[in-house]
Design a protein around this ligand. Structure first.
Ligand code: FAD
Ligand code: NAD
Ligand code: NAD
Length: 475
């Protein structure tokens, strides 16, 4: 299936657990300090270990878990109701079980081992700690508890935090409302949905994936009604062109989600223990829980103390092409605003970008003389229920002009945007007449061809060749 290429391969063997064991005292100095315990920090650490055999690395994260992948949190983790899998943050594909974690707990050392002599490499992890400030001149950070840690080199990979809506912040309403980003959020939500009606606010990646996952749980009798409200005309309306978004919305409905497109929540109140959300169209949605999926805000709290520039248009720390903010300080993943020579300034909130940008930062941090630029054109994928699985590359923004080609039943030649059958197809996004983004809908293994098409700057006059190169009608 389209999903299998994203499966991890690491087996799980827990021994030393830095989360549950008593944390040894934090060091006051470390060679490599990686702030944030997500994908970008993990791949950065792995790259450093490759290049610097005596590396002493400390990953410091606010979360209580060691680094893990987020994509399963809105998809695969919901496929099973098996408590054993759920509580261990594992998911099943066929006969196999996979953990969301990158590495076993025993792959990380206690921070006290940072002081061990070279050449022994140490990858250590400290959870439950927030870095509050950075002194980029004297090269140390200050944690929320006041502890200071000096560093030689530092990565900021703090990702983003979910946005919230003021309307839902009232003290009476708040206990019924949550955001969703972490493993902890999954465990909390999955515990609380049985026989509960849930309203998802937001029609983007998270809102759409999670709505369908909850609806599938409902079909197994493990969740109440699932409602979804968002301002766009259809699901994924910020990404998909109108007609495709309308089709996707029908699919989301067929999965059992009650969808309210073109709607804002205008007022909220609590009555007899339930939440009433009144929409701009006048619908009154009555639920037990509200989950906000209204985008993220990049975590750039260290900008002020560090004197770092935050991009005014895209948010995020401005980095150069080597993912560097300034001497000895880098940023990667969701929190980095970088210059893509092909597509201009960008900030990308997807897994592959976090993986590769973290690795590039790690290489520049640890390989002597390295000045590697981040020129990987990252991809992303998205699964919304059983009929929508796509992979994509570049700028996929519904405000750009779009041309799409669909493999309709019985058709052997491309037909531009005139079909109701959206099963398998290609969506091309044009920026100033140049193909700058491609969605491969229900088509696998097309990303590397798509990457070539973007880099060769094909135009809207080349579609015949482009569609052939993308093998629309094969497999
Ligand atoms: P994050 O993963 O956000 O990690 C940042 C870490 O830093 C967090 O642990 C945070 O607690 C910590 N932190 C923040 N501030 C501080 C601080 N001051 N001190 C200490 N620690 C701090 N992308 C895809 O391409 N495909 C998918 O299918 C997909 N599915 C997703 C599903 C979900 C539910 C979510 C939430 C995201 C999904 N994404 C997907 C996006 C992808 O997961 C992100 O782009 C990726 O996680 C970004 O990695 P990161 O390392 O930059 O940041
Ligand atoms: P430490 O002495 O191991 O390291 C911190 C020192 O490292 C800093 O003074 C800094 O000048 C130095 N340093 C900076 N860059 C360096 C480099 N490239 N190579 C080597 N050293 C470098 O750790 P510490 O935490 O200062 O520990 C000293 C004592 O103070 C310990 O007993 C500790 O428990 C205690 N303490 C520390 C803190 C803190 O915030 N770090 C707070 C309270 C108590
Ligand atoms: P998103 O940007 O994809 O969608 C945001 C949604 O919230 C949109 O529908 C938007 O209209 C709505 N919204 C924004 N402000 C609003 C407001 N004031 N009132 C009402 N609605 C409002 O973000 P998301 O869906 O929340 O996803 C969160 C993060 O997780 C993103 O970084 C996303 O890329 C990532 N994610 C990615 C994938 C994937 O790549 N497959 C899957 C899940 C999550």
């Amino acid at each position: 299936s389209a999903k299998s290429s994203h499966l991890p391969s690491e087996p799980e063997e827990p021994e030393y657990d830095p989360v549950t064991s008593n944390l040894p005292e934090l060091p006051g100095y470390v060679q490599y300090l990686l702030v944030g315990g997500g994908t970008a920090s993990q791949t950065c650490a792995e790259e450093i270990l490759k290049n610097d055999p005596g590396a002493k690395i400390l990953i410091i994260t606010e979360e209580e878990y060691r680094p893990y992948r987020r994509p399963p949190l809105s998809k695969y983790l919901w496929n099973s109701d098996d408590k054993n899998l759920i509580n261990n943050l594992k998911y099943a594909f066929g006969p196999d079980e996979y953990p969301i974690f990158y590495k076993s707990a025993s792959s990380y050392s206690p921070p006290s081992l940072i002081t061990i002599d070279p050449p022994t490499p140490v990858l250590s992890l400290s959870t439950g700690h927030r870095v509050k400030e950075i002194d980029s001149e004297n090269k140390y950070v200050t944690l929320a508890n006041g502890w200071e840690i000096f560093f030689d080199k530092c990565l900021l990979a703090t990702g983003g935090k979910p946005g919230s809506l003021k309307l839902f912040s009232d003290d009476v309403i708040k206990p019924f409302v949550s955001t969703y980003r972490s493993a902890k959020d999954f465990l909390t939500l999955v515990e609380g949905v049985r026989e509960k009606d849930v309203l998802l606010v937001g029609g983007g990646f998270l809102g759409s994936e999670l709505a369908v996952s909850l609806a599938q749980k409902k079909s197994r009798g493990q969740c109440g009604r699932v409602l979804q409200v968002y301002p766009e005309a259809g699901n994924m309306g910020l990404v998909f062109p109108k007609d495709l978004s309308r089709w996707a919305t029908e699919k989301v409905k067929q999965e059992g989600v009650e969808v309210y497109p073109g709607n804002y929540v205008e007022s909220v109140y609590k009555y007899r223990g339930r939440i009433h959300a009144v929409t701009s169209e006048g619908d009154e949605l009555v639920v037990d829980k509200v989950v906000l999926a209204v985008g993220i805000l990049p975590c750039t709290e260290l900008a002020e103390s560090g004197n770092f520039e935050v991009d005014t248009k895209y948010g995020g720390y401005k980095v150069n092409q080597e993912m560097q903010i300034r001497s000895d300080i880098w940023a990667a993943g969701d929190v980095a605003c970088f210059y893509d020579p092909l597509l201009g300034n960008r900030r990308v909130e997807h897994h592959d970008h976090a993986t590769v940008s973290g690795k590039i930062a790690g290489e520049n941090m640890s390989r002597s003389g390295a000045r590697v630029s981040y020129d990987h054109q990252s991809m992303f994928w998205c699964d919304i229920g059983k009929d929508i699985a796509f992979e994509a590359i570049g700028l996929c923004d519904s405000s750009l002009p779009v041309v799409s080609f669909w493999r309709t039943n019985g058709y052997a030649k491309p037909e531009i945007s005139k079909t109701d059958s959206y099963g398998k197809g290609l969506v091309f996004y044009l920026k100033e007449g140049i193909i700058s983004g491609i969605i491969c809908m229900n088509l696998k293994n097309r990303i590397s061809a798509g990457r070539d098409i973007l880099s060769e700057r094909y135009t809207d006059e080349d579609f015949e060749e482009v569609v052939r190169k993308m093998k629309l009608f094969e497999d």
